[in-house]
Design a protein around this ligand. Structure first.
Ligand SMILES: Nc1nc2c(ncn2[C@@H]2O[C@H](COP(=O)(O)OP(=O)(O)OP(=O)(O)O)[C@@H](O)[C@H]2O)c(=O)[nH]1
Ligand SMILES: [Mg+2]
Length: 317
């Protein structure tokens, strides 16, 4: 490991926020020390509560997150927020809307907000989210809120990172519920019907309740009505999050669940690392340019190109 990385880790261990930000940048840039750094950090993680907030675009996730931050701050807990937008090319800096929605907390030292778009996430969004959440966890962040746009997108398997996932829907989400049904239940630990100041909220709540009755297994997925804009129902969301946390710590098959999560984490990191090694190995090979030319001049098709490219794979490390 580079001495600069070691120094950063020392500063990080002393609670230096700038070192935290620099380590996140190190992850973003796929610095060669990433795995070693995270391996050290990972040993001291595991204290933070990670909560996923997911739902269709514009359903009020950030507005709700803003309210949740306030509630957790009232309990004197430090909060980390990862706002993830798979469709956004922006990363690292600010996704403007999120910043504005969460601006109540911009100057609070107990709140750390970070936006992630597809561009900055070389190892995939899921991997980047996991890495940064691990950093925040070890840094001593009590609660990590992970906001992602879209429900059930495979690119970001939020459930493998967060222990509790809140799915935020709106009175207009009837179609989403009908098309996803059991799929929605696989993701949700808590349903929130936000914007319930609008018509149709009760109807959606009823639909979700019957969905929950039909598909819930050990944990009955509750349905909470909110008007995040005004803060209505947010205390109820907090209570349900707390309940779900207590439910998880009491579940019987905790051990096998933990084993599964560890294995999942390992495979995800391995996947992104191997993909990068392969890409490097291929892109730096002299024959790559020739195969690319053959492909783009229609001499060979993409499958044939892959057959040739696979022959170039040499993993040296
Ligand atoms: N009427 C009403 N509007 C709301 C409510 N909560 C949020 N909004 C508005 O809905 C719009 C979208 O809110 P956001 O919090 O940005 O929603 P989001 O889900 O984070 O949006 P994306 O991150 O872009 O997917 C904003 O104009 C909010 O002011 C609510 O309870 N009622
Ligand atoms: Mg948002």
């Amino acid at each position: 490991m580079h001495s600069s990385s070691k120094k950063l880790l020392d500063q990080f261990a002393n609670g230096d926020r700038r070192a935290l930000a620099k380590l996140i940048t190190l992850i973003d840039n796929r610095h060669e020390d990433v795995l070693e750094v995270l391996s050290i950090v990972r040993d001291r993680s595991g204290r933070a509560v990670k909560i996923g907030i997911t739902g269709p675009p514009g359903s009020g996730k950030s507005t709700l997150v803003n309210r949740l931050i306030s509630e957790f701050r009232k309990q004197n807990k430090s909060v980390g927020v990862l706002a993830i937008d798979p469709s956004s090319p922006f990363s690292g800096g600010a996704i403007l809307g999120d910043r504005i929605r969460m601006q109540d907390h911009n100057t609070d030292a107990g709140v750390f907000i970070r936006s992630l778009g597809s561009r900055g996430a070389h190892g995939g969004l899921s991997r980047a989210t996991r890495d940064i959440a691990t950093l925040l966890d070890t840094f001593g962040t009590d609660v990590i809120l992970i906001e992602t746009v879209g429900v059930g997108q495979t690119e970001l398997d939020i459930m493998s990172v967060a222990q509790t996932t809140v799915v935020v829907l709106v009175p207009e989400s009837g179609d989403t519920i009908q098309t996803m049904k059991a799929g929605l239940m696989e993701i949700a630990d808590i349903f929130v019907v936000n914007k319930s100041d609008r018509d149709g909220a009760d109807h959606i709540c009823a639909e979700l309740n019957s969905l929950s009755e039909m598909y819930s297994t050990h944990w009955n997925v509750p349905v909470v009505k909110t008007v995040a804009l005004k803060g209505d129902g947010v205390d109820d969301v907090m209570r349900r999050i707390d309940e779900h946390g207590r439910f998880l710590s009491g579940v019987q098959d905790k051990e096998s669940r933990t084993k599964q999560l560890l294995l999942g984490e390992c495979l995800e990191v391995l996947n992104s690392e191997v993909a990068e090694l392969l890409a490097q190995s291929i892109l730096t090979n002299k024959k790559f340019t020739k195969i690319r030319e053959q492909l783009t001049s229609n001499k060979i098709n993409p499958y044939a190109a892959v057959i040739e490219l696979k022959k170039l794979v040499r993993i040296a490390k």
